[in-house]
Design a protein around this ligand. Structure first.
Ligand code: SF4
Ligand code: SF4
Length: 381
C-alpha cells in the first residue's frame, strides 16, 4: 500500500449534523455513545439557540439533521425544532429509544414535518433487552412505538446493536425489522469508546460468534433482497481493515453536544488536548472551516506512517482516531483495526481475552449512581 501525496481538496460542507439535544435518557445501555461525563439539563441549549443552530446548519449546506440524545423526545420543544427544520428545508431524522413517546406525541412530530424515525433495539428476547437497557418492559414499548411509526406513515429504520448477549440472534433481529415494516435495518457491532470501552469485557463476543453472525447477515441479505436494506457494521477488534470513520475526520459530518460544543465525531471528547468550539460563541460555518479540533485530523497531512504512504489513506482516512487513542495511547496513530498497524495484534488479543472470560456485570450508563430511569423520564422540559 503506497502512493504519492495529493493536494488537499477544497473543503465541502458537511452532509449531516447529529444534534444531541440532551443526554437525559430513561435507558442505561452499557454501550451508549454518550460520554462518561454526561451533560446536565441545566446546560442544554435553549429552543432559540437550537433554532439558530438549525439556521446556521442549513446556510452551511447541511442536508440532513439527526435529532438524537440521550433521548431527544424528553425535550418538550422537539416538535418546534422539527417544524423549524422542515421550514428551512432540512431533512429530519429522529433517533430514539422509543420508550418515551405515546402515539399522539409521535403524530404531532409527524405533523410538524418529521421525515424519518430510527428506533434502536437491544434484542428480540424481551428479558435480555430489559437487562441490557436496565429497563423492565422495554421491548413491549419499542414494538408499540414501531407499530405507531408505520401506522402514521413514517419510514422506519431499526438499529440493532450486537454484543455477546444477543450475537446469536442477529437473524431474528433482522426478521423482526421486516415484520415491523422497516425500510432499513442497521446491524452494528458495538463500537468500543466511552461507556462501551468501560464495558468491553461484558460486551465482547468471540471471533467464532462474530463469523457466524456475519454469515447469518449475508444469508439474510440474499433471502430478503428487495424487501429491506441491511447495513452491517463489522466489529473493529476482529477486522483487518479499518472503517472510514465518519467518512473522514471533519469531511462529511459534525456532532453538536447538548450544551453546543461542536465535535467531529460523537466520541471526540475522549481525545485529550482537543479544544472544541461552541455554537454559543462562534458561527457554525466558522467552526466547520477552522476550528482547531476539526483541523487536527482533517485530510492526510497529520498522518504518520504507515498511513502517510498508504494508497488507502483517502479511502479510510486512517480509520478511527478515538480507537487509535484507546488502544495505542496516541490519537494520531493508525487505527489498530488495520492489519498494518503495529498495535493490530494487541487489539485482537484484547478481544480474544475479553470474550473468553465469563462476562462481568454491566457498568450501566448513568448521570450519577443514584439516578433512576423514572427520575430521568420525569425531568422532561
Ligand atoms: S442509554 Fe441507550 S437508548 Fe439512551 S442514549 Fe444511550 S444508547 Fe441510546
Ligand atoms: S489505516 Fe492507514 S495503513 Fe491502514 S489501510 Fe488505512 S491508510 Fe493504510
Amino acid at each position: 500500500m503506497s502512493g504519492a501525496a495529493n493536494p488537499t481538496p477544497p473543503l465541502a460542507p458537511p452532509l449531516a449534523a447529529l444534534l444531541e439535544l440532551t443526554h437525559r435518557c430513561p435507558l442505561q445501555c452499557p454501550y451508549c455513545s454518550n460520554p462518561i461525563e454526561l451533560e446536565r439539563a441545566k446546560g442544554e441549549l435553549s429552543t432559540d439557540e437550537w433554532r439558530r443552530v438549525l439556521d446556521e446548519a442549513a446556510e452551511l449546506g447541511v442536508l440532513q439533521v439527526h435529532f438524537s440524545g440521550g433521548e431527544p423526545t424528553v425535550r418538550r420543544d422537539l416538535p418546534e425544532l422539527v417544524a423549524h427544520a422542515r421550514r428551512i428545508g432540512l431533512y429530519s431524522n429522529l433517533i430514539t429509544s422509543g420508550v418515551t413517546l405515546d402515539r399522539a406525541r409521535l403524530a404531532v412530530l409527524a405533523q410538524a414535518g418529521l421525515d424519518h424515525a430510527q428506533l434502536s433495539i437491544q434484542d428480540v428476547d424481551h428479558q435480555t433487552a430489559a437487562h441490557i437497557a436496565n429497563h423492565p418492559g422495554v421491548q413491549g414499548k419499542k414494538l408499540a412505538f414501531a407499530r405507531w411509526v408505520r401506522e402514521i406513515g413514517l419510514p422506519l429504520t431499526i438499529n440493532a446493536v450486537v454484543n455477546r448477549h444477543n450475537v446469536t440472534r442477529v437473524e431474528r433481529m433482522i426478521d423482526l425489522a421486516v415484520e415491523l415494516g422497516a425500510v432499513r435495518v442497521e446491524v452494528a457491532h458495538v463500537q468500543y469508546y466511552g461507556w462501551a470501552l468501560r464495558n468491553r469485557a461484558a460486551l465482547m463476543p468471540t471471533l467464532e460468534q462474530v463469523q457466524e453472525a456475519t454469515q447469518r447477515v449475508e444469508a439474510a441479505r440474499a433471502r430478503l433482497r428487495g424487501q429491506i436494506v441491511i447495513d452491517y457494521v463489522v466489529p473493529d477488534y476482529y477486522a483487518r481493515q479499518p472503517k472510514s470513520c465518519m467518512g473522514g475526520w471533519g469531511r462529511q459530518f459534525l456532532n453538536i453536544t447538548p450544551s453546543g460544543e461542536v465535535l467531529p465525531c460523537h466520541a471526540a471528547q475522549t481525545i485529550p488536548g482537543l479544544v472544541f468550539d461552541s455554537v454559543r460563541h462562534k458561527p457554525l460555518a466558522e467552526i466547520w472551516a477552522s476550528s482547531a479540533a476539526f483541523e487536527a485530523y482533517r485530510g492526510t497531512d497529520w498522518m504518520p506512517e504507515p498511513c502517510r504512504s498508504c494508497d488507502q489513506r483517502e479511502v479510510d482516512w486512517g480509520g478511527c482516531r478515538c480507537q487509535a487513542l484507546a488502544i495505542t495511547g496516541s490519537a494520531a496513530a493508525a487505527d489498530p483495526a488495520c492489519a498494518l498497524s503495529p498495535a493490530h495484534q494487541e487489539m485482537r488479543s484484547l478481544a480474544e481475552a475479553a470474550s473468553a472470560a465469563p462476562a462481568p456485570d454491566f457498568v450501566y450508563r448513568r448521570m450519577t449512581p443514584q439516578e433512576t430511569p423514572a427520575k430521568v423520564a420525569a425531568a422532561t422540559r
